[in-house]
Structures are given as structure tokens and as C-alpha cells.
Design a protein around this ligand. Structure first.
Ligand SMILES: O=C(O)C(=O)C[C@H](O)[C@H](O)COP(=O)(O)O
Ligand code: SF4
Length: 605
């Protein structure tokens, strides 16, 4: 149990709130678990289909009941720089399985969207829904019931959350997440952002912009800013789904391959057929979820996890709320400064000590639950390490250094960058929302200004081009919620609002949509619930209304007589443009059934 009383109290209320659903969930997991192998319930016909393409020796092993079979769920494609390295992983994993006396098969693939390719494009309106689709697609692969353990190959924004929902839905099976690692450092992220602003102001041309973007995103691996994808890696490690020290090792290196093989062997070692059975649904409990939230706060992680972590927890019968996330923020200091929360990138963070250093610092003051189960065994203290290669090419681990390799990037618990974490909940007569304050200067934590209302990103960008965005204002961009158009990221607005902010205007964004984890310096009240499409108060706001966004107090309010504001009719919008094109017609059932943002914006729960 965490030593810190506040964390223990928040965890206790999470356990209490979740009791009925968690007990029902654990009952299902225990019912589904079997001494195995799971394939033993299949008919000869089923099994013959299942191993038809295996080698004769693998068929011999799978025909018996002594050898575990490892399922691989892969999100490989060439679109995501972070997922392209997975092309070669199945062969490596099969080799490791053979060495471990087991068998491995690709159970199935899942789709993976790159939010960088679709940012500002119609495709982004499928992004949030792709998370649930990924969980469903992984379920299709695992429903063959041929497997005794699973390795999940995924890194990016919606993919890890979708795979984690699947892993917990199949919580009777062990689950090891296998990362592919970050791209090597290219053009610094702040320099990329500077060239973008110059382009938006017409000071450089497309050739200069494309050159800067291409130097920033230049090869295999995860983009190096600390957005949702790299927040995912931190979460998977601090929640115990990764092998210790594996998150931020670059792709195409001997250590990366050694970690992949080690993960496969570990996944085969923790099946019900061995003596370290670690089913995902029992490994992940309320303490693991709270540890994930703590990691988000301590690193300034992505706002998208106020959606995804809520949905992941629900898959395990755990009811995480925005109030839990916000209250933990008050108890957890910011220990990392990685872009957009600073100038460093994730490679610098890892070189400074990485996740192992972060965990050690938080454990020093009892700010994490140490008494948790992980794929590596019992206790989070085992993760206060960094991974390396031994003489024989195997993975070796040693304790993280006592000192940070760069105190400007990764600090100690004694000298945090901020006393509280990065994510705050906002409440008021507009509804509830969240704001990431770790990347916003303190003098911009409170913005009081007139509303300028838009119904899409283009409206705001056009107003900028026409020179209409003068003075202080709060841009209200609405009908961007899950039911309206799939809750796209509005990250492209950061450039325009950043230019105005740099000119000295006091500006902010208020939306029922999302931002990227890479969004940062402009104060943004996002995920506002109820959304406009649901008749939320955000649909009552008019141009010129005075709005106060106060991240210090945690409030978002229209400053007018309550009766007058309440009496207003929530306007409706023509959303027919969002119903067709780029596959959006395939996701109508998702828009119709999406849950509220504070419930994860999911069609599953
Ligand atoms: O981390 C997240 O939440 C993201 O979704 C990051 C997006 O992939 C951005 O779109 C990529 O950054 P930009 O190149 O600035 O567009
Ligand atoms: S981090 Fe974002 S932009 Fe980079 S590959 Fe992953 S999804 Fe695409």
C-alpha cells in the first residue's frame, strides 16, 4: 500500500466505488482461467485449422497439452513510424518461443491510425473510435482460443489503449506489451513549432516547412515529443505491462531485439501452465490504475488519457473518474520537462534516467503503490532500473543512477519542477472539462475574455487569415464531441493561437473536442461535457459572452446571471458534412452510441 495517505485514500475510494463491477469482472476472469492449455477445449477439426501452417514439430507440440502457445496481436503498418519496426517482430518472437520450448503464432492484426498523418484532416474523425475498434479487432484474433498468453505489439495514441482494453477483456490470459521504441532525435520539437508559426504568418514557404517537418519526423520509431504515444509507453511500464526499462530503447538496436525476445519468453513463463501465473485481469487492479495516473501527473502526460485510462480501467471493472485524476494531481509533483512541457525530447528523458529514475523518486516518498503485480513479478521497485546488454547478448538490468543525467529534464522528488501534476479537472456552468497546465505558463492559468464561437477548426483558421482575431478572447470550438463528429484532436489550432499568444494577446481554447498530447503552451479547456450535440451548456454560449477559465481554482464559467444563461436554448448544428467521406459513413453507429468524454468516449462501456 502506498505510504502517502492522500494516495491511499483516493485508491480506497476507487476500490469502494468499483467493488460490484470489479468483483463481477474477477469472477468472469477466474471462471475463464484454466490450468490449460486453452486449446484443449477445441475439437480436432478446430485444432487442425488452428495449426495447419505450423511446422511438423510445432504441430506435435500443439497436439499435446504440455506446451503453451503464445498469441501475437500486432498493429504493424508502414503508416506509423512507431509501428513500422513491428514488421520483423513476429519472426523474432517465434524464435524466442522456440528457444523457450513454446510456440508462437500471430493471432491477428489490428488497425492503427497515425494521428500525425490525419491531424487536421477528415480522417481524424475516426481516430477516437479506432481505439474501441482496435479492442474489438484484437478480440477477434484472441477468440480462436488457441492461446495461453499474449504479446501486444502497439505504441501509438489509440492503439495501446485499445490493446489494453482487449488485454483486460481477455484478462484470464497474461499480457505483455512489447514497445518498438522512439525515433532517434531529429530537429528539436520547439524549432519545428517555430517554423510552423513562421509559415502560418507567411514568413516562410511550404518548402521550408516541409524540410523542418521532415527533419523532425525522419525515421522508424515513435515521434520524440511527449504526446499520447510516449505517455502510453510510460503507462505500460509504470502499470507493469512492459518489461522493466524497455519503453524508450530505440528500434533497430541489439538491445531492442533482446528486449523483444525477453518479453516473449516472459509471456510464456507466466501462463497458467507454469508456476508464476499472472493473468492480466488480476495483475491490473485499482493500485495499478492509480500508479498510471500518478505517472501521467509526474511526467506531464497526455490529456487523451483522461479518456483512455478511464476506458481501460472500465475494461477491468474499475470506475476511474476525472475527480480521482484531478485530486491525484494535487498530490503529485511534476518531475519531467519533455516537449511540450519543456525543450527536451523522450530520448533526452531516457538518457537522464528515464522511467526507472522517475519511479524510484516517487517511491522514495511513497507516491506510488509498490505492492503491485507486474509481468516481471511482484513489486514496482523492480522497475527502478535501466536495461542493457550482457556479454551473451541477454538483457541485464542495473539500478538507475543516484543522480539525474540532466536536472533540467528529469528532477528529483526533493526539487520538482512544479508542486502539482499536469492535469486538472474544470467545473462550472459550462459543464466539466480538463486542462493540461504543465505546459502553460502560470501567468496564463486564469483567462477571462469574451467568447468567439466556431463550429469547426476551419472557422477559426479563416478568422485568423482575415485578421479578425484581435484582442483577448476565448475561442469556443464546439460540436467536436464524440457524438457530433468523433471528437477529433484540434491540435492544428495550437499554431494560430500560439502566434496570437506570442503577440501578447490573452487567448484560450474551450472545446468539447480533444487536443493532441503534443499540444501545450496555449491554455485549453477540453473534453467539455455534456457536449454540444447532447445539448450541453457549451451550445448556449454566444459571441461576446464573458468567459472565465481558471485552472488554479478548476473552474470554467460564463459570467452572467444564472437564470438568464440557463433559460437560453442550446443551439443545434447541421452536422451532415461529418456523416460521409473518408470512411465516416462506416462509423455512424459509433457516433450514435458514443459515451460521454468523462466516461471515456467509448461505444464499449
Ligand atoms: O500525442 C498525441 O496525442 C498525438 O496525437 C500527436 C499527434 O500525432 C500530433 O498530430 C503529431 O504532432 P504534429 O506533428 O504536431 O501534428
Ligand atoms: S506518435 Fe503520433 S504522429 Fe508519431 S507515429 Fe505515433 S501516431 Fe503518428
Amino acid at each position: 500500500m502506498a505510504a502517502d495517505k492522500k494516495i491511499a485514500a483516493i485508491t480506497a475510494r476507487l476500490v469502494e466505488r468499483s467493488k460490484p463491477s470489479r468483483e463481477a469482472y474477477l469472477g468472469r476472469v477466474r471462471e475463464a482461467a484454466t490450468k490449460g492449455p486453452h486449446r484443449s477445449v477445441l475439437s480436432c477439426g478446430n485444432l487442425a485449422h488452428g495449426f495447419a501452417v505450423c511446422s511438423p514439430s510445432e504441430k506435435g507440440m500443439l497436439a499435446g497439452d504440455r506446451v503453451p502457445n503464445l498469441g501475437i496481436i500486432t498493429a504493424y503498418n508502414d503508416m506509423l513510424s512507431a509501428h513500422q519496426p513491428y514488421e520483423t517482430y513476429p519472426a523474432l518472437i517465434r524464435e524466442a518461443a522456440r528457444e523457450a520450448g513454446g510456440v508462437a503464432q500471430v493471432a491477428g492484426g489490428v488497425p492503427a491510425m497515425c494521428d500525425g498523418v490525419t491531424q487536421g484532416q477528415p480522417g481524424m474523425e475516426l481516430s477516437l473510435f479506432s481505439r474501441d475498434l482496435i479492442a474489438m479487432a484484437a478480440g477477434v484474433g484472441l477468440s480462436h482460443n488457441m492461446f495461453d498468453s499474449v504479446v501486444y505489439l502497439g505504441v501509438c495514441d489509440k492503439i495501446v489503449p485499445g490493446l489494453a482494453i482487449a488485454a483486460l477483456t481477455f484478462g484470464h490470459l497474461p499480457a505483455v506489451f512489447v514497445p518498438a521504441g522512439p525515433m532517434t532525435s531529429g530537429l528539436p520539437n520547439d524549432e519545428k513549432a517555430r517554423v510552423r508559426q513562421l509559415f502560418a504568418e507567411g514568413k516562410v514557404g511550404r518548402d521550408a516547412l516541409l524540410e523542418a517537418e521532415s527533419k523532425s519526423y525522419h525515421g522508424p520509431g515513435t515521434c520524440t515529443f511527449y504526446g499520447t504515444a510516449n505517455s502510453n509507453q510510460m503507462l505500460m511500464e509504470i502499470m507493469g505491462f512492459h518489461m522493466p526499462g524497455s519503453s524508450f530503447i530505440n528500434p533497430g538496436t541489439p538491445l531492442r531485439d533482446a528486449l523483444t525476445k525477453e518479453a516473449a519468453k516472459r509471456a510464456l513463463a507466466i501462463t497458467a501452465m507454469g508456476n508464476e501465473f499472472t493473468p492480466a485481469g488480476e495483475m491490473i487492479d485499482e493500485r495499478s490504475v492509480v500508479n498510471g495516473v500518478i505517472g501521467l501527473h509526474a511526467t506531464g502526460g497526455s490529456t487523451n488519457h483522461t479518456l483512455h485510462l478511464v476506458a481501460i480501467a472500465r475494461a477491468a471493472g474499475i470506475h476511474l473518474t476525472w475527480q480521482d485524476i484531478s485530486d491525484l494531481s494535487d498530490a503529485i509533483p511534476l518531475l519531467a520537462r519533455v516537449y511540450p512541457n519543456g525543450l527536451a525530447d523522450v530520448n533526452h528523458f531516457n538518457a537522464a534516467g528515464g522511467i526507472g529514475f522517475l519511479i524510484r523518486e516517487l517511491l522514495k516518498q511513497g507516491l506510488l503503490h509498490d505492492d503491485v503485480r507486474t509481468v516481471f513479478g511482484q513489486g514496482l521497485s523492480a522497475y527502478t532500473v535501466e536495461a542493457g546488454l550482457g556479454e551473451n547478448g541477454a538483457v541485464v538490468r542495473k539500478p538507475v543512477p543516484a543522480q539525474s543525467g540532466d536536472a533540467k529534464v528529469l528532477s528529483t522528488i526533493e526539487a520538482p519542477f512544479q508542486a502539482s501534476g499536469g492535469l486538472k479537472m474544470l467545473k462550472g456552468n459550462i459543464g466539466t472539462g480538463v486542462i493540461k497546465i504543465s505546459a502553460v505558463k502560470p501567468e496564463r492559468h486564469v483567462i477571462e475574455a469574451p467568447a468567439k464561437v466556431f463550429h469547426d477548426q476551419a472557422g477559426l483558421n479563416n478568422a485568423f487569415k482575415n485578421g479578425e482575431l484581435t484582442g483577448d478572447f476565448i475561442a469556443v470550438v464546439r460540436f467536436q464531441g464524440p457524438k457530433a463528429n468523433g471528437m477529433p484532436e484540434l491540435h492544428k489550432l495550437t499554431t494560430v493561437l500560439g502566434i496570437l499568444q506570442d503577440r501578447g494577446q490573452r487567448v484560450a481554447l474551450l472545446t468539447d473536442g480533444r487536443m493532441s498530447g503534443a499540444s501545450g503552451k496555449v491554455p485549453a479547456a477540453i473534453h467539455v461535457t455534456p457536449e454540444a450535440k447532447d445539448g450541453g451548456a457549451i451550445a448556449k454560449i454566444r459571441d461576446g459572452d464573458m468567459i472565465r477559465l481558471d485552472a488554479t481554482k478548476g473552474t470554467i464559467d460564463v459570467l452572467m446571471d444564472a437564470d438568464i444563461f440557463d433559460a437560453r436554448i442550446a443551439i443545434e448544428a447541421d452536422l451532415s458534412d461529418n456523416e460521409y467521406g473518408m470512411g465516416r459513413e462506416l462509423f455512424a453507429i459509433f457516433r450514435q452510441n458514443a459515451g460521454a468524454a468523462d466516461q471515456g468516449g467509448s461505444v464499449l462501456f
